[in-house]
Write a protein that binds this ligand. Structure first.
Ligand SMILES: [Fe+2]
Length: 259
């Protein structure tokens, strides 16, 4: 009775709205192990938008020899993707705010550093990843060389490397060097197993984590993102924890001097 007198419940913002921008996803189709088509990207991007992401930056893999992507080609594909989405009149998806990369620190990486050839997140941040199986040999030197060139480094999903615990002195050293950490949202629901889940929360608790990312690859990930957006522990985390995603917005396309 008199229900109409009750104040309307506040419409809750989508869970990941405070992040605003996703800085790590594989939605540029056909260039890595992520989305295979515009249709698949659109399906995933609708989920990302519903989860709260208003903007996103595509970060295809650069990994030798598995994904030998070339920056010029990636930029061209990204421009085509944008045109395709405009002509498809795609609504309810995050705004495309640039293309960068997720650069594997592998045997081809030193050459990239020498050539200064990177597409950066927000024109500023170099998103890096390591092998999931073995530690990078000579990591300190690689990071030092990057910092000498004034790159701001983000390490993608530190919680996923089985050879690092959340108390790892190697990770502590990277933090001491000023490397930013980006945890995968899906790690927080155990998408990659219990180990990465526990480490993800522990690293956030330690104040090591500046960014969250979807690392969206396909509709399986999209379904998991829906689950994550309804997870009570994650909703609480998003209410109390501040991340820096919103601060990486950029002009586009993002490029280094040589590209
Ligand atoms: Fe990734």
């Amino acid at each position: 009775m008199f229900d109409f007198l009750k104040p309307k419940p506040k419409t809750a913002l989508p869970t990941f709205a405070p992040l605003g921008i996703d800085i790590h996803c594989h939605m540029l189709p056909g260039v890595d192990d992520g989305s295979k088509s515009n249709e698949e990207s659109l399906a995933c991007m609708k989920v990302m938008h519903d989860a709260g992401f208003e903007r996103m930056i595509c970060t295809p893999h650069y990994q030798y020899p598995r994904f030998p992507n070339i920056e010029e080609d990636i930029i061209q594909r990204y421009e085509n993707m944008k045109l395709d989405f405009v002509s498809a009149n795609a609504h309810g998806i995050p705004q495309l705010k640039g293309v960068a990369g997720e650069y594997r620190v592998d045997s081809g990486f030193a050459d990239r550093v020498k050539q200064n050839k990177f597409l950066l997140v927000g024109g500023k941040y170099l998103l890096t990843e390591f092998s999931l199986h073995q530690q990078v040999i000579g990591l300190d030197q690689v990071m030092f060389d990057l910092q000498m060139k004034n790159y701001e480094i983000i390490l993608a999903h530190p919680e996923r490397y089985p050879y690092y615990s959340s108390a790892s002195s190697k990770l502590q050293h990277l933090k001491d060097m000023g490397v930013y950490f980006q945890v995968n949202i899906l790690s927080l629901i155990g998408f990659y197993g219990e180990g990465p889940k526990r480490k993800a929360f522990e690293m956030i608790e330690k104040g090591w984590v500046e960014f969250l990312g979807t690392d969206m690859h396909n509709t399986l990930y999209a379904q998991a993102l829906i689950d994550a957006s309804h997870d009570r522990k994650i909703i609480k985390l998003m209410e109390k924890q501040k991340f820096l995603n919103n601060q990486v917005d950029s002009l586009e396309p993002i490029k280094t001097n040589k590209i």
